[in-house]
Design a protein around this ligand. Structure first.
Ligand code: R5P
Length: 292
């Protein structure tokens, strides 16, 4: 097995390779003056099991093109197997045509990637209207979940917390984390008015007065959902609020803005200064298991 660190996940890829005691190589990526991307493998990849490790944040589209170039080239140079580990995979939120004429972005990207990959492993994909990765990829897929790691973190750091999921689909992470730690939880109902505006309500009768809370979400991007959730909970006179997310995208100055309201923790699927929960072992164990 040869682990290739793509540009957005080199540190993590190196850690995975070290953990598995397998060969590591960094993907050479450069940009031409007109922003075209240049990609090169530094090692001979013929007949090898190639594992590309990549994440998709900041310049998401550059990362996508880089990954497509790398995967296609690996096949072209006769790698035995090409696997992509996407610690965070983008575009899952555009999984349907909401209005006439829109691109169903996730379908376009996955169709292209399926042409040059044998397997894909994704950590907490934002499966909203889809039930499984098999509905979007027609290659071998494996969905990993950081829920166990988040639950472990909560057990270690907090006592008697009520877990709050900010919207209906958050049962996949908030409710599951709550069940692992055997704690109370409530999932809110969220109506998104626009990227920066959402409306919230409770889905059941619950008294949260003076209760300490951990909000668990998969993605924090603009922070709108989180901020509205915090303001909503405060109206109900809750105690201390902490928030844990899997993928801390934190666009623009979101992190700074949010830190005025709560303490934030994320995993390192997207590296940032709040990524305290490490997914190295989760990836490493999957790569050597026979489950994919
Ligand atoms: C939405 O369905 C997701 O689970 C997140 O709640 C959402 O993507 C967070 O985005 P933002 O931080 O921009 O509100």
């Amino acid at each position: 097995m040869l682990i290739i660190g793509c540009s957005k996940a080199q540190k993590l890829a190196k850690r995975v390779a070290r953990k598995l005691k397998v060969e590591y190589s960094k993907l050479i990526v450069r940009k031409f003056p007109d922003n075209e991307i240049y990609v090169r493998f530094d090692k001979n990849i013929k007949n090898k099991d190639i594992v590309l490790i990549q994440s998709f944040y900041n310049n998401v589209n550059d990362a996508l093109i880089e990954t497509i170039f790398a995967a296609y080239t690996a096949k072209d140079l006769k790698a035995k197997n090409v696997t992509l580990v996407a610690t965070y995979f983008p575009y899952f939120r555009q999984d349907k045509r909401f209005n006439y004429g829109e691109a169903v972005s996730i379908e376009v990207i996955t169709k292209v990637l399926c042409k040059c990959l044998d397997k894909i492993i994704i950590i907490n994909p934002h499966l909203h209207r889809k039930n499984s990765l098999k509905e979007v990829f027609n290659i071998k897929v494996k969905e990993l979940s950081a829920n166990g790691l988040i639950a472990e973190y909560i057990k270690k750091k907090f006592k008697n917390r009520v877990i709050v999921g900010p919207d209906r689909e958050s049962y996949r992470w908030a409710e599951r984390v709550a069940r692992i730690i055997n704690g109370d939880f409530v999932i809110l109902k969220k109506k998104r008015i626009s990227a920066y505006n959402v409306k919230l309500s409770f889905n059941k009768k619950i008294d949260l007065k003076n209760k300490d809370i951990v909000i668990v979400d998969d993605i924090v991007s603009t922070g709108t959902t989180l901020l509205k959730t915090i303001k909503f909970l405060r109206k109900h006179k809750v105690g201390r609020i902490d928030c844990i997310c899997v993928h801390g995208i934190f666009v623009n100055n979101t992190l700074k803005k949010l830190e005025k309201y709560c303490r934030l923790i994320s995993t390192n699927t997207i590296p940032n200064k709040r990524s305290k929960i490490d997914v190295t072992n989760l990836i490493a164990e999957t790569l050597i298991s026979k489950t994919i």
